[in-house]
Design a protein around this ligand. Structure first.
Ligand code: ADP
Length: 499
């Protein structure tokens, strides 16, 4: 099986959140399973500045977009033996950020990602590499299945993964029409959304299979409360819709061999965790204290992540004998609030604005508790990382958080604490419950150990993706019920590939 990942961000090249973690780590697991996996993403400025060995692929082509001709030049690099294509267009991708400045989204995101999709679809149709599975991720890649010709699509299956339904790629119809693509009426209907154009809707309706990143979120998004207006569309595809919880990359997230840590540790040898707490307290100017509970957050600063609740409990955190460290970037309202709080100069609170991978690793390792009171959470990776690093998550019971964190009230082998009602009172009650448990170190250490020992690697979830891919191929009649390829295809560039 040949698989192409199409994504707007991929670790380690360009990352704003969990999407990059998934598109960076799932391909590695699929490759380990023996599949021919490749990745394509835009060639952002930050990648130019990175330490990668990048060579021109010797291929470029043009796309007509809004009356102009835009050229895309293909480059090639690799990560752990996986070929990675980088699509260069200086005008669209030679910028400081992926989707927008800290103040606002780029106003031409529709053009930028329509270009990415159109160019990639044209490249695929050229046929040098014929993937069996075209795996698209989030709205930035949603136009790919619509750009591919019917004839081309007979030979493969498109899987569309929703990493966050809150970002759908909705644009005014006129902006889309102005791009000048020759879409049929039928295709336009798939994209139509209350007078606007909704790119994600188009992909949900045109991919062979759609999935999202946890089973709970898969159920939730079919309801009005979580469906962001697409619940009806998702219900209409319920037989082709599934949830597969994300894993984390155990080579990047391994406390026993993490170069960012002050000292390595593991479930079998946990003593080094204390040195990481001390090191973090020193680094951030917090009072050095082994006993004071240290709470942490590594997150986008957004309402989705529960910062309205965090804002309400901040004064209580500093009043109690607790410490809180926050690392994040995002919405202005929360930046201002946290910066003001930091300005008060308390030695129990540290706000670190920005995106800082090294500090994120130190926070996961040094804290006792990770807070994640999300309003909704498709999967969430921070809680998985925290558990691997012996940091006990306190989370809202929603989406992937509900699927991955086991509360002592619900499960004998608890790994964290959770609450249902989205309120600061419930959040605070859960924190207090965690702190009461921590007073009995034996019970606490059991929870820590159980979290550290739970397998959050890609092993299991990659098998589910393998199943999903096979289902996609069966739907198209490319493989038969017993999993054998139904008909041979000609594949000029890759005849050595296994089937
Ligand atoms: P999201 O909804 O933002 O994708 P996830 O929990 O799924 O949330 O994934 C977030 C990922 O981004 C995690 O790997 C987390 O450690 C990382 N992350 C988030 N904010 C920051 C930051 N400010 N600095 C470094 N890493 C961050």
């Amino acid at each position: 099986m040949k698989i192409l990942f199409i994504s707007s961000e991929v670790t380690p090249f360009a990352k704003t959140g969990g999407l990059a973690d998934v598109t960076g780590s799932l391909p590695k697991e699929l490759k380990r399973m023996g599949y021919d996996v490749r990745i394509i993403l835009p060639f952002y400025k930050m990648i130019h500045n990175g330490p990668w060995e990048i060579a021109p692929e010797g291929y470029s082509s043009q796309v007509h977009l809004a009356g102009a001709v835009e050229t895309g030049v293909l480059h090639r690099t690799s990560v752990e033996g996986i070929p990675v294509w980088l699509l260069e267009n200086e005008n669209f991708f030679g910028r400081d950020f992926l989707y927008g400045t800290p103040d606002d989204d780029y106003p031409d995101n529709l053009q930028r990602f329509a270009f990415f999709c159109r160019w990639t679809a044209d490249f695929l149709e050229k046929g040098d590499f014929l993937p069996d599975i075209i795996h698209c991720h989030d709205w930035q890649t949603a136009l790919v299945p619509l750009f591919l010709s019917d004839k081309y699509r007979e030979q493969n299956s498109v899987i569309f993964t929703i990493h966050n339904l809150a970002f759908q790629g909705i644009f005014p119809k006129v902006s889309f029409t102005n791009l000048g693509f020759d879409f049929s009426e039928t295709a336009l209907e798939l994209l139509e959304f209350y007078g606007n154009i909704n790119l994600m809707k188009g992909a949900i309706l045109s991919a062979e299979l759609v999935n999202t990143v946890s089973e709970s979120y898969c159920r939730e998004i079919q309801t009005e409360e979580f469906g962001c207006g697409l619940e009806g569309v998702l219900q209409s595809r319920r037989h082709d819709l599934s949830g597969i919880v994300n894993g984390i990359d155990y080579t990047e997230w391994n406390p026993a061999a993490d170069p960012d840590l002050f000292l390595p540790f593991s479930a079998a040898e946990p003593t080094g965790k204390a040195a990481n707490k001390k090191g973090l307290q020193q680094l951030l100017g917090l009072e050095e204290s082994a006993n004071t509970p240290l709470l942490g957050i590594v997150s986008r600063l957004s309402a989705q992540k529960g910062f309205n609740l965090i804002a309400k409990i901040l004064p209580r955190i500093t009043a109690e004998k607790l410490q809180l460290v926050i690392l994040g970037s995002g919405e202005e309202e929360f930046i201002q609030l946290l910066t003001k709080m930091k300005g008060a100069g308390t030695k129990s609170f540290s706000f670190n604005f920005g995106f800082d991978s090294g500090l994120a690793h130190k926070i996961y390792a040094g804290c006792d508790i990770l807070l994640m009171p999300s309003q909704f959470e498709p999967c969430g990776l921070s809680q998985l990382i925290a558990m691997r690093y012996g940091t006990v998550p306190v989370v809202r019971k929603t989406g992937g958080l509900a699927d991955t964190v086991k509360d002592p009230r619900d499960a004998p082998a608890a790994t964290g604490f959770s609450f249902e009602t989205y309120s600061s009172v419930s959040l605070w009650a859960s924190i207090m419950r965690a702190l009461r448990t921590r007073k009995d170190m034996k019970s606490w250490k059991k929870i820590v150990r159980q979290g550290m020992k739970t397998d959050f690697s890609w092993g299991v979830s990659a098998l589910r993706y393998e199943e999903l891919y096979r289902l996609g191929l069966k739907k198209k009649g490319i493989i038969n019920a017993s999993g054998k390829r139904a008909a041979r295809r000609t594949d000029p560039g890759n005849q050595e590939g296994h089937s």
